[in-house]
Write a protein of this length. Structure first.
Lengths: 250, 196
């Protein structure tokens, strides 16, 4: 297919080029403080969150405007999630979890704009988010429960002979958590964007363009769902891990 | 299907790219052929800006947005509770007002009945007094009339007696005998009594 495309119109498909981190103001070197497209799209995410949650609620109306309704909906959605999944005493972590959710959901949706840069498609970004959750939860677990937190790995309801084996499995699964937590988000976003790009490349060939455009539409629709669902999954897993730290008993 | 086309596309792309650039910047080409996600040289940059972003959002949310939304939600709940309480109160008031109205209506009806009864009693009393007065007057008049009739009859009887005596005396005198006034009078009296 690709050969045929290359012969047909000399088209080139670069599905991964959209993920390149590039300096905003020219040059090749990407230092730690260099303003890059990452900076730009993260700043836009901050702007979008501010517009929705601060500017949208500036009326403080009893009967909310449309923007205020959405802001209240987001607030209620995450608040209820924290309360239901992690328990009432996890409410003090609500601002942090709300921050995670709002950042991921806005970054995902901003990434869906044509020509944009999806910051959450980068493993570096999601790994930092996941590690922050992992470290917070682990440290919190030991601070709140002391050595009792290790009871998370010692399944007291299982037969004694099985417990060491289960402990090993539990331990491995505990340390795999940040890996799956981060790769799930980055992988989903990256794969969807790459697939759209591939179909877009084929749209240059007249004979398969209609199919290609239809496919882009379909995948885009799917990606809109994925953008929200992955933010939701990341947040709810954070709540689940937080619950383990607050109440380590099985 | 998507994965297949993906793999072949990347191969073709690599070839095209090499042809185009002729491998001028080998390092660049290498990073382009792979995933930009695994280009570790950009990690410090991404991580730095991510931390800045997260701190910024956290600051904005915890200082401004979340307290504001929480207060709006609390205020709305309060308003709704208050409004429901006020509605309940108004409903009670309406029921009370209806009761008062019913009571006033019943009182008015009772009052009207009382006034009607009283009026009827007063009228009846007045009527009785007037009737009694009229009866008394009628009785007085009747008594007076019968007294006068009796008087007239008495006087008429007296006249008849006198006339009878005179006449009898005259008749006796005319028969040629000096009449004994006393005997005549006695005889007349006896006759009159016998008549009576």
């Amino acid at each position: 297919m690709a050969d045929e495309a290359a012969q047909g119109g000399g088209i080139s498909i670069h599905p991964m080029d959209q993920f390149k981190v590039e300096p905003l103001f020219g040059g090749d070197h990407v230092g730690m403080l260099t303003p890059t497209n990452v900076t730009l799209w993260m700043a836009l995410a901050v702007l979008a969150v501010t517009l929705l949650l601060v500017v949208g609620t500036r009326g403080r109306a009893i009967i909310p405007s449309r923007a205020q309704s959405v802001a209240e909906l987001a607030y209620g959605f995450v608040y209820k999630m924290v309360e239901d999944v992690a328990g009432k005493d996890a409410i003090r972590f609500f601002p942090y979890i709300m921050t995670l959710f709002m950042f991921i959901v806005t970054a995902n949706f901003l990434g869906l704009l044509p020509m944009s840069f999806a910051t959450t498609s980068h493993i570096a970004v999601t790994a930092v988010l996941a590690m922050a959750v992992f470290l917070t939860v682990t440290i919190l677990g030991f601070v709140l429960n002391g050595t009792k937190f290790l009871g998370l790995f010692w399944v007291s309801s299982a037969p004694l002979a099985l417990r060491p084996i289960l402990a090993v499995i539990e331990l491995i699964s505990y340390f795999v958590r940040p890996v799956s937590h981060s790769i799930r988000l980055a992988g989903n976003i990256m794969a969807g964007h790459a697939v759209i790009k591939v179909f877009a490349g084929f749209a240059a060939i007249a004979t398969i363009a209609p199919v290609s455009i239809l496919a882009i539409t379909a995948v885009y629709g799917l990606e809109v769902l994925v953008a929200f669902i992955q933010a939701y999954v990341f947040t709810i897993l954070t709540c689940v891990y937080l619950k383990d730290a607050l109440h380590p008993s099985h | 299907m998507a994965g297949d086309s993906h793999a072949t596309t990347e191969g073709a792309m690599g070839a095209l790219h090499d042809a185009a650039h002729g491998g001028t910047d080998a390092a660049h080409a290498a990073s382009e052929a792979g995933m930009p996600q695994l280009d570790f040289s950009t990690f410090p940059n991404q991580i730095f800006w991510l931390i800045v972003t997260i701190l910024a959002i956290y600051y904005i949310l915890s200082k401004i947005a979340l307290p504001r939304i929480a207060s709006v939600l609390a205020e709305r709940n309060g308003t709704i509770t208050n409004d429901i309480a006020a509605a309940e109160e108004l409903k009670l008031k309406a029921v009370e007002a209806e009761k008062a109205y019913e009571k006033a209506l019943a009182e008015a009806r009772f009052e009207a009945q009382k006034i009607a009864t009283e009026t009827r009693a007063v009228i009846k009393e007045e009527l009785d007094v007037a009737t009694a007065k009229a009866d008394a007057e009628i009785a007085a008049k009747a008594a007076e009339s019968s007294a006068r009739i009796a008087e007239i009859r008495d006087s008429a009887m007296a006249s008849v007696e006198a006339v009878a005596k005179d006449t009898a005396t005259e008749i006796v005198g005319a028969l040629g005998r000096p009449a004994d006034a006393g005997a005549v009078a006695e005889a007349v009296d006896t006759h009159l009594k016998g008549d009576a």
